[in-house]
Design a protein around this ligand. Structure first.
Ligand code: PBG
Length: 329
């Protein structure tokens, strides 16, 4: 059958007019991704010249302090403004003592980064799970994770990061009252200019699997359901965010990102605060794995994913893709 090219509709609206050329599409684009919004996670370990690949996260490494400095400097040169540090201590114990040791990898890395890459924004993850022998985020009594005793330790860890020179501390433990406790200890210690980015709505998620390999922080018994949030809840997320803001959080975070874009969008709309989303290890690993099989176009899916997080309301995106995305932008 011949196609009629002469047939014309009379239409008031032709949305396709705004999609005709790249120049027009760029003109009406609503969401812009820039490297300014990226924070790049780094895993820091002891030693020198160590660059150990994390098998479930292609492109991610456990780095000794010197290598972390090189990696951060390269990221900075590509336009990534900041990093968030996770530590791999040389030993672990019941209470995670090395979390607040001034000579532990994170504290050393903060000092080195501030010295070598002065314009880099340095954030630190504050949690005990990488430091405890049982892999839990806090002090345990039998199978129970104690809230208030844990908070006291977390505040000391945050203080040690601030003393090393961190710009922001980021508690990721989901204990009640930790933002207030950290704010107080920082202020008392003379660090009123050190900010808090709280993992405010952090869900108990299967998407953290690869991170636990990277950070060696898999719980040896039980799980994190008594402190991290139930994936089914959104009103509770708004409540958690509200509490953290009242306690003094400067930036609030939703984590993971893509499975929780509805939560992110509501948090941004409701509170209008600087809002971060963490595109977590499992989200990254899934894209990498599918790309390795040739099933998806990785750069395209990476950009679409990061754009969707931004569109949903994130001002800040914490992502293992920070360098790769910055290079493309
Ligand atoms: C520490 C922490 C975790 C992540 C960030 N901080 C792991 C967890 O809660 O088990 C996950 C990050 C990722 O998956 O990329 N509590």
């Amino acid at each position: 059958m011949a196609v009629s090219t002469a047939y014309k509709l009379s239409l008031a609206n032709r949305p396709r007019r705004l999609r005709r050329t790249e120049a027009i599409r760029a003109l009406v684009r609503e969401t812009r991704l820039t490297p300014d919004c990226f924070i790049y996670p780094l895993f820091v370990c002891d030693g020198e010249g160590v660059r150990r690949a994390v098998s479930s996260m292609p492109g991610v490494f456990q780095l000794s302090v010197d290598e972390a400095v090189a990696e951060a400097a390269a990221a900075r040169a590509e336009g990534v403004p900041g990093v968030i540090l996770f530590g791999l201590p040389s030993s672990k114990d019941e209470v995670g003592s090395l979390a607040f040791d001034p000579e532990a990898p994170v504290q050393e890395a903060v000092r080195a980064l501030k010295r070598e890459v002065p314009d880099l924004l340095v954030m630190t993850d504050v949690c005990l799970c990488e430091y405890t022998s049982h892999g839990h985020c806090g002090i345990v009594d039998g199978e129970e994770i104690l809230n208030d005793a844990t908070v006291a330790h977390l505040a000391q860890a945050a203080l040690s990061h601030a003393a090393a020179g961190a710009d922001f501390v980021a508690p990721s433990d989901m204990m009640d009252g930790r933002v207030a406790a950290i704010r107080r200890v920082l202020d008392d210690g003379g660090f009123d200019q050190v900010g808090i980015m709280s993992y405010a709505a952090k869900y108990c998620s299967g998407f953290y699997g690869p991170f636990r390999e990277a950070a060696d922080s898999t719980p040896q018994f039980g799980d994190r359901r008594t402190h991290q949030m139930d994936p089914a809840n959104v009103d509770e997320a708004l409540r958690e965010v509200e509490i953290d803001i009242q306690e003094g959080a400067d930036i609030i975070m939703v984590k993971p990102a893509v499975p929780y874009l509805d939560v992110l969008s509501k948090v941004k709309e409701r509170f209008g605060r600087p809002t971060a989303a963490y595109h977590v290890s499992g989200e990254y690993a899934m894209i990498k794995a599918a790309a390795e099989r040739g099933w998806i176009d990785e750069p395209r899916v990476m950009m679409e994913t990061l754009t969707s997080i931004r569109r949903a309301g994130a001002d800040i995106i914490i992502t293992y893709y920070a360098r790769e995305a910055a290079r493309l932008l």
